[in-house]
Design a protein around this ligand. Structure first.
Ligand SMILES: CC(C)(COP(=O)(O)OP(=O)(O)OC[C@H]1O[C@@H](n2cnc3c(N)ncnc32)[C@H](O)[C@@H]1OP(=O)(O)O)[C@@H](O)C(=O)NCCC(=O)NCCS
Length: 193
């Protein structure tokens, strides 16, 4: 497994300092509040939540951004999924405190999570989100590649990333819940975000 630091040292932006660290159980209530504020309380009705309900977030890939006082600024989790038997991970939810959006914290979390996922052996990543936000990482539309979610989704927002070239070759079909790849420590005491 490639060496990727599990904790990113304090990043110095022009207007703020923050660090990316492993999500801990005491972060969960604050993450839920932030998700309610940024996505709304009806977020649980989305199809991706059906997949999250059936698995636990991948602990090694569940990160938060904290300011110097330890205040939670942002959160990103990944969930194990399966595409007709092929292991993959589902990105999200990604949420950033509204007062500090647009300062690169979301991008830092996504880059960190994708690098860590690759180091842990994940070859495919699925997201439902803004194409303009995810295309710079290499995400492409998932529907033309034959991927199907188990419920309604805006096809424009449904995307997939080959973390290893050719990882989608021969992989298509219905996405279901998965299990973390070998080497994972197992789930945290949480189920949905
Ligand atoms: C979307 C979100 C996660 C982005 O995080 P962020 O820290 O504000 O974004 P960053 O500062 O890392 O932005 C990186 C780039 O993406 C762009 N961007 C930010 N939000 C975007 C959006 N919703 N759609 C498209 N592009 C977006 C930024 O302009 C920036 O572009 P630049 O590098 O050319 O300047 C954050 O704004 C948020 O939590 N929004 C509410 C929840 C939400 O919509 N989450 C879903 C993500 S699909």
């Amino acid at each position: 497994m490639a060496a990727v630091p599990s904790v990113i040292p304090l990043l110095r932006a022009s207007v703020m300092n923050y660090e990316i660290v492993a999500q801990a159980p005491h972060h969960l209530p604050k993450i839920d509040c932030l998700l309610d504020r940024t996505f709304g309380p009806d977020r649980h009705g989305k199809t991706v939540y059906r997949l999250r309900e059936q698995a636990e977030a991948i602990p090694e890939l569940s990160k938060v951004a904290l300011d110097e006082d330890g205040t939670l600024l942002a959160s990103l989790r990944f969930w194990p999924i399966s595409i007709e038997g092929a292991a993959a991970k589902l990105l999200g939810p990604l949420t950033v405190e509204p007062s500090i959006q647009g300062k690169g914290v979301g991008r830092a979390l996504v880059r960190n999570g994708l690098a860590l996922g690759k180091a842990h052996g994940y070859r495919l990543c699925v997201v439902v989100g803004e194409p303009e936000y995810y295309q710079p990482y290499g995400f492409i539309p998932a529907v033309p590649r034959g991927l199907v979610l188990p419920g309604p989704v805006d096809p424009h927002r449904f995307q997939v990333l080959e973390m290893t070239p050719g990882a989608l070759d021969g992989v298509s079909g219905l996405i279901g819940p998965g299990v973390p790849l070998a080497g994972s420590k197992g789930g945290l005491a949480e189920r949905v975000g």
